[in-house]
Every structure is written in C-alpha cells, then in structure tokens.
Design a protein around this ligand. Structure first.
Ligand SMILES: CC(C)(COP(=O)(O)OP(=O)(O)OC[C@H]1O[C@@H](n2cnc3c(N)ncnc32)[C@H](O)[C@@H]1OP(=O)(O)O)[C@@H](O)C(=O)NCCC(=O)NCCS
Length: 190
C-alpha cells in the first residue's frame, strides 16, 4: 500500500512540476530565456560579478545594441548559448565589444561557443565593422584568433592584465592605425 502511495505521490509531484514549468515557460520572452542562459553559464565563474544577465537586459535597450549581433544557439528549440556584440568607440572608429558569451554548463565544450563567435564575426564583417575587443580568458579567445589589444595600441578603460584584453581584426590589416582607449556603452558602468 505504501509503495502505491509513494508511486502516486511521485507521479503527481512530477506532473505538478511539469505543469508549473510549462506555465512559467509560456510566460517567458526570448529575452528572459537569454538572461537565464547567461545567469546559469556565469553562476560558477570565479571572476564573475554574477550580474551579466542584468548587463544584457540593459544592453538590449542601449544605443550600442545591434539586433543582428545578438545571437542565440538552440538545441531542440531551446536556447543553450548566447553571444552579444555592442558598439564601442576607439578614437574616431566604431568597433565592437564581445560581451557576454555564454553557454549553458551542460552544453559546454561541444563547439557552441566557438560557432557563436565565428557566426558573430561573419555578421560583423558583413556589416562593415573592422574589429572586436574582448575581456576574457586568453586560453579561450586566442584559439579563436584574438591577440592582446596592446598589439594595436588599443587600451581598456580599466586596469587589466595585458593578456586578458584582446582584439581581432575582421579583415587583415583593418585595425592598423586604430588605437586609443576603448569607450564602452554607458550601460557597462565603466
Ligand atoms: C567560455 C564558454 C563560452 C565556452 O563555450 P563552449 O561552447 O564550452 O566552448 P567551445 O566548445 O566552443 O570551445 C572552443 C575551444 O575552447 C576550449 N575551451 C572551452 N572552454 C574553455 C575555457 N574555459 N578555457 C580555455 N579553453 C576552453 C575548448 O576545449 C575548445 O578547444 P578546441 O577547439 O581545441 O577543441 C563557456 O564555457 C561558458 O559559457 N563559460 C561561462 C561564461 C564565460 O566564462 N564566458 C566567457 C567570458 S570570457
């Protein structure tokens, strides 16, 4: 008898969780899903302030936002990865900042991050942007072609180790003559 009750409770409990999740998902917008992915991806990052999802919310409404450079990766219709490039100024030039890049923990190390970066670069190049700056792990971004931004005299507006502040040319030679301190969108709060 106890076993039957146990099984019934388990089934009813699972059903209740399923119905609750369905209702919650039905109310969520694409922006909510993106922010959830970003929050979960950075949850275990030691160097994170765990506020990246709020930064995304602010950037989506900012003047630095470019719709075509806000990209998601999906698995079975569910968002599992996200990348955002926003406009930054370096001297007279408008470049892009890559921030954030996030892949749900269960989906990491499967090439999703790399494909989002490569897709973003291809779109950015088509839109005529010359280069991208990023603050991040050099072990990761150098694999994707990034080099210390100091190579071009491009500087961060904050204290950072040279190797952690990187840039990439979207066309060979495009960053020649582009130098100065990066001016991020005000939403970054720098
Ligand atoms: C960083 C992150 C976006 C990588 O996404 P991913 O889908 O796991 O990365 P990929 O599978 O495309 O990896 C591409 C390459 O980088 C390597 N790599 C993955 N994560 C790495 C890490 N944290 N450090 C160094 N190399 C890494 C992979 O092994 C792979 O190498 P290979 O091409 O030689 O096989 C993901 O781990 C994440 O969301 N982390 C938490 C948030 C974060 O740190 N974002 C980046 C801010 S700098």
């Amino acid at each position: 008898m106890n076993v039957i009750f146990g099984v019934a409770f388990f089934i009813l409990g699972s059903l209740a969780v399923y119905v609750f999740q369905r209702k919650r998902f039905a109310k969520m917008t694409e922006e909510d899903f993106v922010c959830e992915v970003v929050q979960k991806a950075f949850a275990r990052e030691k160097l994170s302030d765990h506020n990246e999802h709020n930064l995304v919310k602010a950037l989506l409404k900012s003047d630095a936002f470019i719709k075509d450079l806000s990209l998601t990766a999906k698995f079975k219709g569910m968002i599992v990865g996200y990348i955002l490039f926003t406009k930054v100024k370096v001297g007279d030039e408008t470049l892009l900042a890559l921030a954030p890049l996030a892949v749900l923990p269960k989906f990491q190390k499967k090439g999703i991050g790399k494909s989002l970066v490569e897709k973003g670069h291809a779109v950015a190049k088509k839109l005529g942007y010359k280069g991208v700056v990023v603050l991040g792990h050099p072990e990761y971004y150098t694999k994707l072609g990034y080099l210390p931004a100091s190579k071009w005299g491009i500087k961060a507006p904050f204290e950072v180790a040279d190797e952690n502040f990187m840039a990439i040319e979207l066309v060979p030679g495009a960053l020649t003559g582009v130098s100065g301190v990066v001016e991020y969108a005000k939403e970054f709060g720098l």
